[in-house]
Ligand binder design. Structure first.
Ligand code: ZN
Length: 661
C-alpha cells in the first residue's frame, strides 16, 4: 500500500479540521482499509465555546459516516473531560456511553460520535486513525496470527486481544496503555478487529497507518498467499428465473422484500467453485462488525437452478441459524434468519438487502471476505473469532435497541417495480411516487428523457419501444438481473391520437393506436408474468381510460384499444389470482399536465363537446383538474398493501362523471 499524501493540496487547506477530513478521505479511498462506514479517525483540539471558554475536545468521526467522502461536518466535537471520565469507570453499558457522548457534544447539530470515541480520547496524541485493514485482520485470523503479527511488527506497535467494540474495548485499551510511553509506538493492532495509528501531525499518523498495512501486505505476498486466490476463466451465468426464485425464497424467510444483486465476475465464480467452499465459508466473517450486515456465514448453494434444491439448502441454513441463536441467546430478540449473501457454486455470489444500496454494501463486503478467506486459507487455515464473539456483535445492545424502537420503513422498500411510459406525464409521476415509497424502480420508455426521471442505484432506466416484443422481453430480463425479481408492474405507456371520426380513420392510424395502447400491454404482461408469479406481494395496475366507460366522438381507435386493454386486465386478474398476482385498472380522464395534451388538442377536443378549453379542463362533477400526481397516488395505493384483497377492480380518476357513475 502506497501513501497518497499530497503536500501541495494540504497547503490549500484552511483549518486543522479540514486536514482531519482530508487524511480521513485518503484512508477511505482504500477499500482494503475500510468499507462502508468502517473505521474512524479523530483529532484533539481546543474549541472556544459561546461563553468564551477554551474547551478541550475530541473531533471524532460521526457514527456511520463514510470515510471515503467525509468532510468537516462529518465530525462531532465531544468534551475530552467527559470522555476521559467515562474511561475511568469500571462498568458502563454501551447505551449509557452513547448517551453521555451525546450530552458532551459542543454542537448538538453534529452527527452522533463514533462508538470508539472513548478509545480515541485515551490515546495521548493529537491525531488518531483507525481502520479494519484486510491484510492485518487476515493475518490475525490465521493460525498463530498473533505470533505472526509480532514477527512483522515487533515492538513498534502495541497488541490488544479481541474485545467487542464499545466500552469494554476502551477499557481493555486503557489497560494496555497504562504505564506505557505511547509515543514510543506507531500504533496498535487490535486482534481480529483492525489497526490504530497515531501521531503529532496528520501526516505522521496517516503515513504510519499506510506503513503498518504495507508491512502486512508484503508479508502475505512473501508467504505466497496471493497467488492462491482463485479466479474462474469465465464469468458465471445465471438465468433470471432462477435468480428470481432464489430471491423469492430468501424474502419469504426474511419476511420482507429484498433486492438481490449478483456478482458473476471471474473472481466471484472462482471463489464459489472451490471444492472446499462449504468448509471455508462456515467459519465466520473477516471482522465482527461485518456480521451486522452479512450474518455470520453465507448460504452455500450447489450448482443448480432447481427451486426444491434451493429450498432444502435454505431450510438447513435457517435451522442452523435458529440453533446458533439458541446456543448464545440471553434475552435478545431473534433477528430474521435469512442469509444476506449466497455463494452459488459455478455461478457467483448473490447479495441481499432492503435497498439496492444495502445489497451493494453486502456485495462489497462479500467480495473482500472471499479474498480474505482464500488468503487466510493459504496461510494455514482461515479461522474467524469464536461463534459467541460474533453473536455478541450481531446481537449488540445498540442494534437490539434499533429493533425495539421499530422505526417505520418506507412502505414499498425491498419491492421491485416496473413502469412503462416512464419518461413523462403520468408514468413519470408514478416513478417518482414509487421512489418516495422506497421501491426500486425500472423505468421503460423509448424517449431518452427516461434516464433523468430519478437518480441513484434504486432506479434503472431502460430505453425500450414497448411495441417490440423482443425488446420488452430483454428489458424485463435486465430488470430482474439488476434487482433480482419483479413485484409490481404499472403498464402505462400510451398515446392519445388526434381526433378522427370512423369515416376518416386510416388503417395506419388504427393499427398504430392499437399497437401501442393495446398490443404492447399484452407483450409487457406476457413477459412479466413468470417473474410476477415469483414476486413479493405481486400486483399489476393498467392505465386504461375513462373512454372505456364513457366514450366520446373522434377517438374510435383509442377507445377500442383501451376497452380491449380493460378486458385483457380482467382476464389477467382471473388467470393470475391463483398465483397471488393482483390486477387492477385505473380510468383517468382529462389529465392535462402530460405531454399527450397540447393546447391545440385540448381546443379540438373541447370543440367536440361544445365547450371552451377552460370548461373542458374541469368538466367533471367536482369541477377539479385531475393531475398526474393524483393518478400516481391512486396507482401506488392499488399496488400497495391496503388493496391486498382487491383484484379486477376499475377505479375512475376523473373528478366525477355522470356517465361513469
Ligand atoms: Zn473498529
Amino acid at each position: 500500500m502506497k501513501s497518497r499524501w499530497d503536500e501541495m493540496y494540504v497547503r490549500t487547506l484552511s483549518s486543522e479540521l479540514a486536514l482531519r477530513a482530508y487524511s480521513s478521505r485518503l484512508l477511505g479511498l482504500e477499500e482494503d482499509l475500510v468499507l462502508h462506514g468502517g473505521g474512524n479517525t479523530s483529532l484533539k483540539a481546543t474549541v472556544n465555546d459561546f461563553a468564551g471558554d477554551d474547551i478541550p475536545v475530541l473531533w471524532v468521526k460521526g457514527s456511520g459516516a463514510d470515510l471515503a467522502v467525509i468532510n468537516e461536518s462529518g465530525f462531532a466535537p465531544v468534551r475530552m473531560r467527559t470522555l476521559l471520565a467515562m474511561a475511568e469507570r469500571e462498568t458502563l453499558t454501551d447505551s449509557d456511553m452513547v448517551k453521555h457522548q451525546r450530552a458532551a457534544m459542543l454542537d448538538p447539530d453534529a452527527p452522533l460520535p463514533s462508538i470508539e470515541a472513548v478509545l480515541h480520547a485515551l490515546i495521548p496524541l493529537a491525531w488518531v486513525d483507525h481502520t479494519h485493514a484486510d491484510s492485518v485482520v487476515t493475518i490475525s485470523n490465521a493460525p498463530g496470527g498473533d505470533v505472526r503479527l509480532r514477527e512483522i511488527y515487533g515492538d513498534s506497535v502495541l497488541y490488544v486481544p479481541y474485545v467487542m467494540p464499545g466500552f469494554d474495548l476502551a477499557k481493555a485499551v486503557r489497560a494496555v496503555l497504562k504505564g506505557r510511553d505511547v509515543r514510543r509506538y506507531e500504533g496498535m493492532v487490535l486482534l481480529h478487529h483492525g489497526v490504530f495509528s497515531w501521531g503529532d501531525t496528520a501526516r505522521e499518523s496517516y503515513e504510519r497507518m499506510i506503513s503498518i498495512v504495507d508491512r502486512a501486505e508484503r508479508y502475505l505476498e512473501n508467504q505466497g498467499t496471493l497467488e492462491k486466490v482463485v479466479s474462474s476463466p469465465t464469468r458465471g451465468s445465471v438465468n433470471p428465473h432462477a435468480l428470481g426464485e432464489l430471491r423469492r425464497q430468501i424474502a419469504a424467510v426474511a419476511g420482507v422484500g429484498m433486492v438481490a444483486r449478483i456478482d458473476a465476475s471471474e473472481a466471484a465464480v472462482g471463489f464459489a467453485s472451490r471444492p472446499d467452499i462449504e468448509a471455508i465459508c462456515s467459519r465466520g466473517p473477516v471482522t465482527p462488525d461485518h456480521v451486522i450486515r452479512t450474518k455470520r456465514t453465507p448460504l452455500v448453494l450447489p450448482d443448480t437452478e432447481d427451486g426444491a434444491v434451493i429450498a432444502a439448502h435454505l431450510a438447513a441454513y435457517v435451522e442452523e441459524y435458529h440453533s446458533y441463536f439458541g446456543r448464545h441467546r440471553r434475552d435478545e430478540i431473534e433477528l430474521d434468519p435469512a442469509p444476506r449473501w449466497c455463494v452459488w457454486q459455478g455461478r457467483g455470489i448473490v447479495s441481499f438487502g432492503r435497498t439496492a444500496k444495502d445489497a451493494d454494501v453486502v456485495a462489497d463486503i462479500a467480495r473482500h471476505t472471499a479474498r480474505c478467506i482464500q488468503v487466510g486459507e493459504a496461510l494455514g487455515g482461515w479461522g474467524a473469532l469464536p461463534e459467541d464473539d460474533i453473536f455478541r456483535m450481531e446481537y449488540w445492545e445498540l442494534e437490539q435497541r434499533k429493533l425495539r424502537s421499530k422505526t417505520a420503513r418506507p412502505e414499498l422498500e425491498g419491492k421491485v417495480a416496473l413502469v412503462t411510459g416512464a419518461a413523462h406525464g403520468i408514468g413519470r409521476a408514478i416513478v417518482l411516487r414509487l421512489r418516495e415509497l422506497g421501491a426500486n424502480v425500472v423505468g421503460l420508455d423509448r424517449d431518452e428523457a427516461v434516464i433523468d426521471v430519478a437518480k441513484g442505484r434504486e432506479y434503472l432506466p431502460i430505453r425500450c419501444d414497448v411495441t417490440d416484443g423482443g425488446a420488452v422481453e430483454a428489458a424485463i430480463s435486465a430488470a430482474v438481473m439488476t434487482f433480482g425479481g419483479l413485484d409490481l408492474l404499472v403498464s402505462n405507456a400510451g398515446s392519445f391520437p388526434p381526433s378522427e371520426r370512423i369515416s376518416e380513420l386510416s388503417d395506419v392510424h388504427w393499427e398504430q393506436t392499437l399497437a401501442l395502447n393495446l398490443d404492447s400491454h399484452m407483450k409487457v404482461l406476457r413477459s412479466a408474468t413468470p417473474h410476477l408469479c415469483r414476486g413479493i406481494e405481486p400486483s399489476v395496475v393498467f392505465n386504461a381510460s375513462k373512454n372505456v366507460l364513457a366514450p366520446g366522438p373522434g377517438v374510435g381507435a383509442y377507445s377500442v384499444a383501451k376497452a380491449g386493454l380493460t378486458q385483457l386486465a380482467r382476464v389477467a386478474a382471473i388467470e393470475l389470482g391463483e398465483h397471488g398476482v393482483r390486477v387492477n385498472l385505473v380510468h383517468p380522464d382529462a389529465v392535462f399536465d402530460t405531454d399527450l395534451w397540447s393546447p391545440e388538442l385540448i381546443a379540438s377536443r373541447a370543440k367536440n363537446y361544445g365547450m371552451s378549453p377552460e370548461e373542458y379542463r374541469r368538466r367533471n362533477l367536482l369541477k377539479r383538474e385531475v393531475r398526474s400526481r393524483d393518478v400516481a397516488m391512486i396507482v401506488t395505493r392499488l399496488l400497495g398493501p391496503e388493496f391486498a384483497a382487491t383484484t379486477g377492480a376499475q377505479v375512475p380518476i376523473d373528478g366525477g362523471n355522470l356517465r361513469v357513475i
